[in-house]
Ligand binder design. Structure first.
Ligand code: ASP
Ligand code: MG
Length: 428
């Protein structure tokens, strides 16, 4: 008998029928003899609808009240889910984040979990109940107010519960079958991975893969939680996300399989490129520029500096930021143009980023050559390059990105034999 934490996303509990389907799944797990703790998201698009409502009554809703409002979404789904389980003849009890002991800092809308004290959950489990916890919410001890963890926060709730209760596994259910080698909507031949390291998962998530939230994977990595990402709509196993030193539960005893060099290919359309042209090539200019950008609140990803013109002594510096941050960064830079002494700014929001991720890059040579050869054979122009120990990313025209991703996926031998089944879902 195991203790299993399950998380169901909004698309899995979108209406009464779906809630009953999820209830059945939970009851089946209980019937198999396991203790079950469930973290649940708000039904369907509830959170977005509540946000829209807030914006209709106030241009800038007060953060405390916004959290009061948004946390109500998960209260609805948790109570309905408990009721559905009751009607199947099983004992279930729902708890808000604060009842469950989800203690956070006081930052409304982006609170971080600082402690989990699941006393009431343990009591309920001891009494044989299935435990349902509202995802995405917590409680701050100093302000005594309700907080929320940021969009997609229910994944983090589930992982934090799994850590605090020493659960055997944290199953994250959504409308996709698991983690794929790439987004099957862009690359039909993408394959479901049996397992992936949490380190690779973090790089994929940070570079555009949307199946799991970064903070949840980080939390799992730090606390040694085994994640199993799988589909609500099928009984097939999904993908295990393995932390350091963790064993793949599916692998036969003693099996020592050769790991693929590349785990996946991620695509990201969310970045824009800013070029600061004609920057005097003297020490301190990059510092000035990136201080201004940082102060505007923009989060810089890739940076390249060109060689300076021999006659002009000037250079161009390009960098990427999330599209939403670009206008603010441009404004801040323009205001300091004379001070910094650059000649002009260029804004380009038609870029796409392609990333290849694999822990095998550490120990294998020639991994980047495969990428560049594939892009060259496809006649695709590269505009920027950056690397980490286990990742190579390139910036391309956004119109080239899908084709480039398919070509590169094939070049690394990641293509499956058949097209992947794609549900209409969003992965949430
Ligand atoms: N309901 C929240 C959201 O939509 C939390 C979650 O779904 O994980 O962001
Ligand atoms: Mg949601």
């Amino acid at each position: 008998m195991a203790l299993i934490v399950q998380k169901y996303g909004g698309s899995s509990v979108a209406d009464a029928e779906s809630i009953k389907r999820v209830a059945k799944r939970i009851v089946d797990t209980r019937r198999a003899g396991h203790d079950v703790v469930v973290a649940v998201s708000a039904m369907g698009d509830t959170t977005d609808e509540l946000l829209d409502l807030a914006n209709e009554v106030a241009p800038i809703p007060a953060p405390r009240e916004l959290d009061m409002l948004l946390s109500s979404g998960e209260r609805i789904s948790m109570a309905l889910l408990a009721m559905a389980i009751h009607s199947m003849g099983f004992e279930a009890r729902s708890f808000t984040g604060s009842q469950a002991g989800m203690i956070t800092d006081s930052q409304h809308g982006a609170a971080r979990i600082v402690d989990v004290t699941p006393i009431r959950l343990r009591e309920a489990l001891d009494e044989g109940a299935i435990v349902i916890v509202a995802g995405f919410q917590g409680f701050n001890r100093d302000t005594r107010d309700i907080t929320t963890l940021g969009r997609g926060g229910s994944d983090t709730t589930a992982v934090a519960l799994a850590a605090a209760l020493s659960a055997d596994v944290c199953e994250i259910y959504s409308d996709v079958d698991g983690i794929f080698t790439s987004d099957p909507r862009i690359i039909p031949r993408a394959q479901k991975l049996d397992h992936i390291s949490s380190e690779e998962m973090l790089e994929l998530a940070a570079n555009g893969a949307k199946v799991l939230y970064i903070r949840a994977v980080e939390y799992a990595r730090r606390h040694g939680v085994l994640i199993h990402a799988r589909s609500t709509f099928s009984s097939a196993e999904g993908t295990y996300v393995l932390g350091e030193g963790m064993k793949n539960p599916r692998e036969a005893e003693g099996a020592d399989m050769e790991e693929p060099i590349v785990a996946g290919v991620a695509t990201d359309f969310s970045q824009a490129k800013i070029t600061v042209a004609g920057v005097p090539d003297v020490p301190g200019k990059a510092a000035e520029i990136f201080k201004i950008v940082a102060k505007s609140g923009a989060n810089v990803d890739m940076i390249v500096q060109n060689v300076s013109g021999a006659t002009t002594g000037r250079t161009d510096i390009s960098f990427t930021v999330p599209k939403a941050d670009a206008t603010g960064a441009l404004k801040a830079l323009a205001a300091e143009q004379t001070e910094v002494g650059f000649s002009n700014l260029v804004h380009d929001d038609q870029i796409g980023k392609l990333s290849v991720v694999g822990a095998g890059m550490r120990t294998h040579s020639g991994v980047s050559a495969i990428l560049f050869e594939a892009l060259s054979a496809g006649g695709i122009n590269i505009e920027m390059i950056s690397t980490s120990e286990i990742r190579i990313s390139v910036v391309l025209r956004d119109s080239d990105l899908a084709e480039a991703a398919r070509t590169v996926h094939t070049a690394y031998g990641l293509d499956g034999e058949f097209d992947a089944t794609v549900h209409a879902g969003t992965g949430r």
